[in-house]
Write a protein that binds this ligand. Structure first.
Ligand code: DLL
Length: 444
């Protein structure tokens, strides 16, 4: 069944009605878990709480926090709350270390997944009848199938092209003329580069909307993608443990923060050390409770992602918004005692004209302490040409040297750390070949 307007109406509920709905769902969930989950029954006993004590969503902080390690300790199916024959799908997280975390979906869960992705695509500007070029990876990763089912539910057609083979991606975009594309932001940059290489300008490309996520990205990347593909680029967030993509989504006419579909995914922000809720609006770790899932509901799942929440009074919907992720707590670098995320460096160098946001960071260590960062970064070819300098002259070398110094100063001013920037010609550093990019290289 396609999504009807009724499915979107919930996004406009008055706050007290939303709290009522969340409270009813949480009460039902806790009883469900008490009856079906050995894991949560044990956790409730350990902290001495009985489901009857949960009377509204306000009581959520009485409940135990769930960590990725809990999923690993019960690998593969130990946290499932339905028998195997009630499952319709299984996905895994894309983690590169240790065992993957496994997530099961009943038919109702797959429907829910499709609904929240359909709602996300709608917020991104997509409409029934449009065509989606789906360049997210298909497979155990939730991106490909998640966007696929959501788009079909919205009434779109889907080209399930998956990631990689960039020249073919561009051929098919030119031939099939889709209105919407989805992939990681770093892969959207690679696709934009291929269009530029062929001399195809934004107004010759059929795309109007790009739905991008699965890794942190900042305004400089948005700007590059929007300008070169001629699209509205919006941010889709999610994680496999919760459902996959479609936990939160930016509206294409608002941008800057993403609505959390909190009728299904209740968010809290906790202090990373004390694990207590921070005052509303402050930064911390995003923790999510799945209010309506059946096969593997999670209470207060510690996402390890750093963000903050706010209400957007000018926004169309009533639901809470989250700021773009600063990053995963795991990706935080400590440079001479200063905590820094790659996204902060990206934001800092975006203030220098002529930067192409294809970059890699290498921590430099002395006596097991990170003392500085090497940054490899590209310079815009057109910007170089506009300087009218001959590449083989000293003047050019001085220009590039100053350009690198400007970036180092900007990062020092904005982030407070020392960096050594090495400038490379545009298109000379490795690009994203599809999927998520890792911008942090091995320590030196
Ligand atoms: O990346 C699900 C997804 C697919 C989201 C397609 C968006 C689009 P995992 O592989 O389990 O699931 O990785 C989840 O990726 O905890 C974040 O750290 C990061 N992440 C996902 N979306 C964003 C985003 C998918 N929009 C982990 N911005 C999450 C920043 C993101 N980081």
């Amino acid at each position: 069944m396609l999504v009807s307007f009724m499915d979107f109406e919930v996004e406009y509920l008055k706050l007290d009605q939303l709290r009522q709905l969340q409270s009813e769902r949480l009460i039902k969930l806790v009883t469900y878990l008490e009856g079906r989950s050995d894991f949560y029954k044990r956790k409730f006993n350990e902290i001495g709480i009985s489901p009857q004590e949960i009377r509204s969503i306000e009581d959520i902080s009485k409940l135990p926090i769930t960590y990725k390690q809990d999923l690993r300790d019960h690998y593969p199916f130990g946290l499932f709350t339905v028998p195997k024959d009630e499952l319709q799908r299984i996905h895994c997280s894309s983690g590169t270390t240790g065992k993957p975390t496994v997530v099961g979906y009943t038919k109702e869960d797959v429907d829910l997944f499709s609904e929240v992705v359909a709602r996300s695509l709608n917020a991104a500007g997509a409409k029934p009848g449009m065509q989606l070029h789906n360049a997210y990876g298909y497979g155990i990763f939730t991106g490909g199938l998640g966007l696929h089912y959501g788009a079909e539910k919205l009434g779109m057609s889907v080209l399930p092209i998956s990631g990689g083979m960039t020249t073919r991606q561009v051929d098919l975009i030119m031939d099939f003329k889709p209105e919407v594309i989805c992939c990681s932001p770093s892969y959207a940059l690679t696709i934009a580069d291929e269009f530029a290489k062929r001399g195809i300008s934004a107004d010759e490309i059929s795309l109007k909307y790009a739905v991008l996520g699965s890794e942190p990205w900042t305004e400089i990347i948005r700007h590059h993608i929007e300008e070169r593909l001629g699209v509205h680029a919006t941010n889709i967030y999610g994680l496999s443990e919760i459902i996959g993509p479609g936990v939160s989504m930016e509206d294409f006419e608002e941008k800057g923060g993403s609505y959390i579909w909190e009728d299904h995914f209740y968010p809290e922000i906790l202090d990373p050390i004390t694990k207590e809720p921070v005052p509303f609006g402050e930064e911390g770790v995003l923790v999510i409770t799945t209010l309506t899932k059946k096969a593997m509901p999670l209470l207060r799942y510690w996402t390890n992602d750093i963000t903050s929440l706010y209400y957007d009074e000018k926004g169309k919907r009533t639901m809470v918004k989250m700021k773009p992720l600063l990053g995963r707590a795991d990706d935080m670098l400590i440079v001479r005692g200063v905590n820094v995320y790659p996204s902060q460096i990206e934001e800092a160098f975006s203030h220098v004209q002529g930067v192409v946001p294809n970059y890699y960071l290498t921590p430099i260590e002395k006596e097991q302490m990170c003392v500085a960062l090497d940054i490899d970064l590209e310079i815009d070819n057109d910007f170089v040409i506009s300087q009218q300098l001959d590449i083989n002259t000293d003047d050019y070398a001085i220009f590039v040297g100053n350009f690198g110094k400007n970036i180092e100063n900007e990062i020092k001013k904005r982030v407070g750390i020392t960096t050594k920037v090495k400038i490379h010609a545009q298109d000379s550093l490795p690009k994203c070949e599809g999927g998520k990019i890792n911008r942090i290289l091995k320590k030196k």
